[in-house]
Structure formats: C-alpha cells, structure tokens
Design a protein around this ligand. Structure first.
Ligand SMILES: *Cc1c(COP(=O)(O)O)cnc(C)c1O
Length: 348
C-alpha cells in the first residue's frame, strides 16, 4: 500500500451534530459544502440525515445536485451562492433552494421558476454575500410575496465571541428581519456557541461537525496514517531534501513517508509539523515535497510501517497551527490519493 489511509468516523460526525443540536432550542441544519469539508459530502450527508438533520447547505448548485443524489428526495438542500445564470434546470431537477443574494438573482429565480421556493441572504455587515439593508428594504415586499423559506445572514467574527462585530451584526439582522414570517438563521458553528440570542429558528454548523474549532468539545473525526517507504541513516553534517534546508546535527535515522503537498500537506508545514508513532512525536526534517515527507525517527526503538499525521495526538487544528493556517483549510485540502476506507461503521 503506497498511499496514506484517511479514516473518517461518520459516527463522530453524527455525535457532533447531536451535541450542537442539543445546545439550541431551534432546528439544526448541516453545512456539507466543499464535498463535506473534504470528507465526502454524500456519505457525510447520509450519516447526518440518519442522525436527524433535515436541512443541508452547499456552496453551489452542482454540489447540491450531488448531495441530492446521495440523499434522495425529502431533506431540503439550500445553496449559498443563490441562483446563478444557467442554474434553473439544476435547481428544479435536484429540488434545490437557492439563497438569493441580489435583486438580479431574485428576478432571475422568480422569472425562471415562478413557484419554486427560495431563501434570501442578507448582508448584516460582512460584505461578502447577501442583500444590503437598502436593497432588502426595496425588495422585501416582492420577496415575501413568493415562496420565501428562509432569511439568513452570516457572522464575520463568530470565532471571537467578544468581537464587537457580532453584536452589531445581530442588531442589523434583527432590524432587517423584524416582522418577517419566514424562519431566520444567523449562526454557523461559532454563533451556536455564543448563546441563544444568536440562534433564531435555524442554525447552520459546518466545521464543528467535522471536529474543528471553534467547537472545542467536538469529537475528532479524521485520522490520517502515512506509510513509511524507506528508512536511512544520516551522518552529522549531511543534509535532507530540496534546498538542503535541513542539516543533521547528530547521527540520525530518517523515514521517508508517502504523502506531500499534492495531498494537502502544505509546504508551510516544513520544519514545523510532527508525525506520530503511537505516543512518540517525530518531527519533519527538511522540506515537504510533492509526494513525500522526510521524518526524524531517530528516537524510536522500532519504526512502525506507518506514521500518523492526524490522530489522537495531533488534530486538524494542531496541524493547522503548525502550518500557520486554520483547520478548515487542512480538512478541505485533504488529498484525493488517500485510501478512504468505509469510515468506522459506514453503511453507505
Ligand atoms: C461555511 C458557512 C457556514 C458554516 O460555517 P462553519 O464555521 O463551518 O460552521 C455557515 N453559513 C455560511 C454562509 C457559510 O458560508
């Protein structure tokens, strides 16, 4: 076996959804965009539907169609990017609900699919997607006249609960949605943790389902194990890898393992991340290359057949910190070459 093995624990994903659901008195949806944060949108969505999720969110209609194929009819699938040019057939055939972001999208949707449901995304201050207060004031009556299923907005700083932008966005969202009959949604994972003021009728967690911060109590979901291809001894003064950036300062044993930046183990991890042999940490030595990592295993009595880069001792956020990024990016970068065995109890 030359490739790494990525274990995805779907029961842990379901357990995380239940924990987040239990923190609110409202409905809890599930965000499965970017192929379920890199873990496989179809099987993640199926596990969550079994756990009780009835609403899903994706970034674009094409992703929604894939999730619909996995879930079958029933659960509601919402599309953050709204109704883009050319989407009408996909939205209709896959029974997707676009979150309309502009006057143009509202006109396009109501023109192409007059009776089809839609949500509206409001910009409460992030300035990324959604109708601004003035747009919304002008369009509200028209939007409410159709099959409006949801009003949503998104927080820019929910991972920093004390950031003043949170309260400001909450106020703006409340003002913009006052008196509207449709259900409202403001919070992703971070907002759920900020308490009931932020919950409204529906929450939309993503990263917390997959074991990432800011949901510190999440159950870990992924384990990534990389096979050792070759072992060698290196003498003091010898260098390792591209650019000769690492020089041995003692007699070393070096393991070359199969995975690299083409598998999402980004080059910024060079010299900073560690792999693990059971409980023993083994630092990277030299640069991460496309398909290979070189690892200092000098202090191990015996070198196992594979080393873990994600597991009990190093979760996605630990690895992210070592690489100067966030857990979201580590997860969504996990490569296509890994073997992904039916996750623990994957009945898909
Ligand atoms: C990605 C996203 C979410 C989920 O966010 P997490 O931080 O992963 O929980 C929710 N809503 C919108 C609009 C998003 O883009």
């Amino acid at each position: 076996m030359g490739t790494g093995t990525l274990q995805i624990d779907l029961q842990a994903v379901a357990a995380n959804w239940r924990m987040l659901d239990a923190m609110t008195a409202c409905e809890t949806a599930a965000v499965v965009k970017a192929d379920g944060y890199g873990l496989g949108a179809g099987r993640v969505a199926k596990a969550l539907a079994e756990a009780g999720a009835r609403r899903f969110f994706v970034a674009v209609a094409e992703e929604g169609a894939a999730v619909r194929a996995a879930l079958g009819p029933g659960p509601e699938i919402n599309v953050f990017s709204g109704h883009m040019e050319g989407d009408a057939r996909l939205l209709r055939d896959a029974d997707l609900v676009p979150m309309l972001n502009s006057a143009g999208q509202l006109a396009r949707h109501r023109g192409a699919l007059p009776d089809a449901p839609y949500g509206v995304q409001l910009d409460s201050g992030m300035n990324r997607l959604g109708m601004e207060p003035a747009d919304w004031a002008a369009l509200r009556a028209e939007a409410e006249a159709g099959a409006l299923t949801l009003l949503m907005s998104h927080l820019a700083c929910a991972d920093e609960p004390d950031h003043p932008a949170n309260a400001a966005q909450l106020r703006t969202f409340r003002d913009m949605t006052a008196g509207v009959a449709a259900p409202r949604s403001l919070s992703a994972t971070g907002g759920i943790l900020m308490g009931p003021d932020y919950h409204f009728e529906l929450t939309r967690p993503g990263i917390g389902l997959y074991g990432g911060l800011p949901f510190a109590d999440a159950t870990p979901v992924v384990r990534l194990s990389l096979p050792v291809i070759q072992l060698r001894d290196v003498a003091p003064g010898e260098t390792v890898g591209y650019g000769c950036s690492f020089t041995a300062t003692r007699p070393m044993k070096l393991a070359t393992v199969s995975a690299g930046y083409a598998d999402g183990l980004i080059r910024a991890m060079s010299g900073r991340a560690r792999l693990w042999a059971g409980d023993a940490p083994c630092p990277l030595a030299g640069r991460v290359s496309m398909d290979l990592l070189t690892v200092d295993v000098t202090d191990l009595d015996t070198v196992p057949d594979a080393l873990d880069i994600l597991g009990d001792h190093q979760g996605v956020d630990d690895l992210a910190e070592a690489a100067g990024t966030i857990g979201y990016e580590i997860l969504t970068s996990l490569g296509a070459r890994y073997r992904r065995p039916g996750a623990v109890d994957d009945r898909a």
